[in-house]
Design a binder for this molecule. Structure first.
Ligand SMILES: Nc1ncnc2c1ncn2[C@@H]1O[C@H](COP(=O)(O)OP(=O)(O)OP(=O)(O)O)[C@@H](O)[C@H]1O
Ligand SMILES: [Mg+2]
Length: 233
C-alpha cells in the first residue's frame, strides 16, 4: 500500500527531517509511527497524502507514484484515504452530519446511503445525538471525534491518522481504537502517528515504526544534522 524509497525532506528553513528514509506498509497492515515531538511524524503523514512534497526520493501509495514529475492526481489519491489531521479542518458553517455527508457527496454517493452511513458512524463514535449540532457548539474532543468519523464514513482503503486521540479521554481513546480495529479486520490499512506510548503498548501486535534523530539547523549553525533513522521493529 505504501512504499517510500530513499526519501529526504528538508524544509525551506533548512530543517532536515529525514534523509534516505525507506519504508513499506503492506495492504491490510496496522502500523504505528512513533517518535518524539519534532521527529517528523506529521511530515511523513503529510507526504503520504500529498500535502507535502519530499525533497528527493520516491513515494508510492496505492500504486500511485506521488513523486512523478508534474503529479496532479492528489484528488484521486485522497478518494481512497481517510485522513485524520491534528488541525481538524471541519467546515464551521455546517453541522456535524453535514460535515460527514460532504465527504460522501463529493464522491457521488446516493443520498439515502449517505444518511445511513453518517448515522452509523456517529452512533459508533458516541455522537448520534449531535448530528444536527453546529461544529462550534462541540467541545474540542467532540470535534476530534467528528474528524475521525469524517475520515471513516468514506470506508477508506487507507486510514492516515496523525495523533487521532490526542485530546480524548481513556474511554473514548479505547473506543476509537476498537473502531479502527473493526476497519482493520475488514482489510483496511491503518497508519497511526502518535506520541502516546500507552496507546502503542495496548496494541502489541501492531508494527511500530520509530522515527528518531536530531532537528536540523535549529541552533546557530546551519549545518545539516543527522537525519532521522527509521528503525522497524
Ligand atoms: N512547514 C514547516 N516548515 C519548516 N519546518 C517545519 C515545517 N513543518 C515541520 N517542520 C519541522 O520539521 C520537524 C518535524 O516536524 P513534524 O511536525 O513532522 O514533527 P512531529 O513528529 O509530528 O512532532 P509532534 O509530535 O510535535 O507533532 C520539526 O523540527 C519541525 O519544526
Ligand atoms: Mg505531529
Amino acid at each position: 500500500m505504501i512504499q517510500m524509497f530513499s526519501v529526504s525532506k528538508t524544509y525551506p528553513n533548512q530543517i532536515t527531517v529525514f534523509s534516505d528514509l525507506d519504508l513499506e506498509v503492506t495492504t491490510g497492515e496496522f502500523v504505528f509511527i512513533e517518535g518524539r515531538s519534532g521527529s517528523g511524524k506529521s511530515t511523513l503523514i503529510r507526504i503520504l497524502f500529498g500535502a507535502e512534497k519530499p525533497t528527493s526520493g520516491e513515494v508510492i501509495v496505492n500504486r500511485i507514484r506521488l513523486t512523478q514529475p508534474g503529479f496532479k492526481k492528489v484528488y484521486q489519491l485522497r478518494k481512497m484515504m481517510g485522513i485524520i489531521s491534528p488541525d481538524f479542518k471541519l467546515l464551521r458553517d455546517r453541522n456535524v452530519g453535514e460535515n460527514l455527508a460532504f465527504a460522501l457527496e463529493v464522491t457521488g454517493h446516493p443520498l439515502k446511503e449517505i444518511k445511513e452511513k453518517v448515522s452509523e458512524i456517529l452512533g459508533k463514535i458516541g455522537l448520534a445525538e449531535r448530528e444536527k449540532d453546529s461544529i462550534l457548539s462541540l467541545s474540542a474532543g467532540e470535534q476530534q471525534r467528528v474528524t475521525i468519523a469524517r475520515a471513516l464514513v468514506k470506508d477508506p482503503s487507507l486510514i492516515l491518522a496523525d495523533e487521532p486521540t490526542s485530546i480524548l479521554d481513556d474511554e473514548m481513546t479505547a473506543r476509537v481504537m476498537e473502531i479502527f480495529t473493526e476497519f482493520h479486520q475488514r482489510g483496511t490499512t491503518i497508519v497511526v502517528a502518535t506520541q502516546d506510548n500507552q496507546l502503542i503498548q495496548h496494541h502489541p501486535h501492531h508494527r511500530v515504526i520509530s522515527l528518531s534523530g536530531g532537528k536540523a539547523g535549529e541552533a546557530e549553525s546551519n549545518e545539516e544534522v543527522k537525519s532521522i533513522e527509521c528503525s522497524l521493529s
